[in-house]
Design a protein around this ligand. Structure first.
Ligand code: HEC
Length: 407
């Protein structure tokens, strides 16, 4: 029991720290992008000392003056702040969180019904290999001559990410699969900082301080890595928060939905990147919004299809009434969803959902319907709910919801 309690603490603390570090990382990136794009023509005396652009801003009651140099300031600063620990600490806390939730509790969260990896140890190894091999492939690509063909390279990256989305949903539970795509892209991003951007900056500083010409090729490569990070940011954040959207990750075509959403989000980012360069192309934004609405409509259609038809004519061997449904919930849900769960690994009802009183589950019928019809619950089908039982519960819940809507 004590280790469950410790795991719960570890996961909430890591989640919290991960969020803080992630905000610092993404916040700093967005701030520097904004700075870069908002720089104004410097004043004359500044220009003489090599200032490329400057900007005034007010924040927290203080006035700030930022300057960006063509190359380096005439006098080297006593202290130069580097932005790297935001990235590293986000990655470290994310990795610890992954271990606390998905590796320590692999049977519950990482292994999923019908997935290729059924053994918890195999699933943990699969997770490590999935992420490390993905990073190796990316590093191989970005260090190859292919990177000089930027359009082809972008296409290869898109195909690579799409394949990983598909693969992830085959290997891991639905919830874990979206998270793994996020973890892979996040690791690639942290790798870009650690393996590419920071070493280049070190060489740059070294060259300038020793009066040598900085290496332009290295700078171009670092820029390319930073551009990839820019496009990955919003998709990664989507993957991380998708944990709260079982209606998306529990969908039978979840891999396709994930690919579409990541593509739409990255494409919308393109609008803002172009706008920063002074190119305003609203078609990109309109297309992104239209694609998103199309996707949402398709999902809604699938989701609500049963309600448009009359209740399905299914012949069950025993009547589907509240007594029968209650029996099914008792066997298949209450081990976890009770005030005092008996299933190992739980100290409180998960997601605060209690399944022991008809008055309560009648109220949250549609939430339960989503959880059951997507196959998300019972988690990993650990309680071995049969397809017939699932159909019975769905049938009953649909009738409940209809009578609720009807009167
Ligand atoms: C092995 C334990 C376990 C069993 C058995 C189980 N659940 Fe869950 N359930 C969970 C966990 C863990 C969560 C929280 C998951 C998350 O945060 O994504 C959850 C979340 C839910 C949610 C909330 C999902 C949402 O909308 O965010 C619903 C509804 C639910 N379960 C219904 C059921 C029903 C109905 C059954 C039985 C058919 C069931 N569960 C069986 C562990 C279990």
């Amino acid at each position: 029991m004590i280790e469950i309690y410790l795991t719960e603490w570890l996961s909430i603390l890591m989640r919290w720290l991960h969020l803080i570090a992630g905000i610092a990382w993404v916040g700093a990136s967005l701030h520097f992008i904004w700075l870069d794009n908002s720089l104004e023509e410097p004043e004359d005396e500044d220009k003489e000392s090599g200032v490329k652009g400057s900007l005034w801003s007010i924040h927290g009651g203080g006035i700030y003056n930022f300057r960006k140099y063509e190359l380096a300031p005439p006098v080297w600063p006593r202290l130069l702040h580097w932005s790297k620990w935001e990235a590293y600490s986000t990655w470290i806390t994310g990795t610890l969180l992954m271990i606390a939730v998905y590796y320590f509790q692999a049977t519950t969260y990482l292994v999923g019904p019908g997935k290729w990896l059924q053994d918890p140890i195999a699933a943990v190894l699969g997770s490590v290999v999935f992420i490390t091999s993905g990073v190796f492939i990316y590093e191989g690509l970005i260090r190859s001559p292919l990177r000089h063909y930027s359009r082809l390279f972008a296409l290869i990256l898109i195909v690579f990410v799409a394949l990983q989305c598909w693969l992830s949903t085959k290997l891991f539970s639905d919830r874990a699969s979206f998270l793994h795509v996020g973890a892979l892209l996040g690791t690639i991003m942290a790798g870009n900082v650690f393996l590419g951007i920071i070493p280049t900056q070190k060489r740059f500083v070294d060259a300038v301080q020793n009066g040598r010409e900085p290496d332009a090729r290295g700078a171009a490569l670092a820029k390319q890595r930073s551009t990839h990070n820019n496009y990955f940011t919003l998709p990664v954040l989507f993957c991380m928060v998708s944990n709260h959207a079982p209606f998306i990750y529990g969908h039978p075509h979840n891999w396709l939905i994930l690919i579409s959403i990541l593509a739409i989000v990255a494409y919308a980012r393109h609008f803002f990147n172009l706008r920063h360069r002074g190119i305003i192309d609203y078609r990109i934004l309109i297309f992104s919004i239209a694609a998103f609405l199309g996707l949402a409509t398709w999902l809604a259609y699938e989701q609500f299809k049963p309600f448009e038809e009359s209740p399905r004519e299914i012949v069950f061997s025993n009547p589907v009434d509240v007594t029968e449904v209650h029996r099914i919930f008792k066997v298949h849900c209450q081990v976890c969803h009770a005030a005092e769960p008996t299933h190992p690994g739980f100290v409180a009802p998960p997601a605060g959902v209690l399944m022991d009183d008809p008055a309560i589950y009648r109220k949250s019928a549609s939430q339960i319907l989503t959880a059951i019809s997507t196959g998300y619950m019972p988690l990993g089908n650990v309680t071995g709910m049969t397809q017939i039982e699932r159909e019975q519960v769905i049938y009953w819940l649909e009738q409940e919801i209809q009578s609720e809507v009807g009167g």
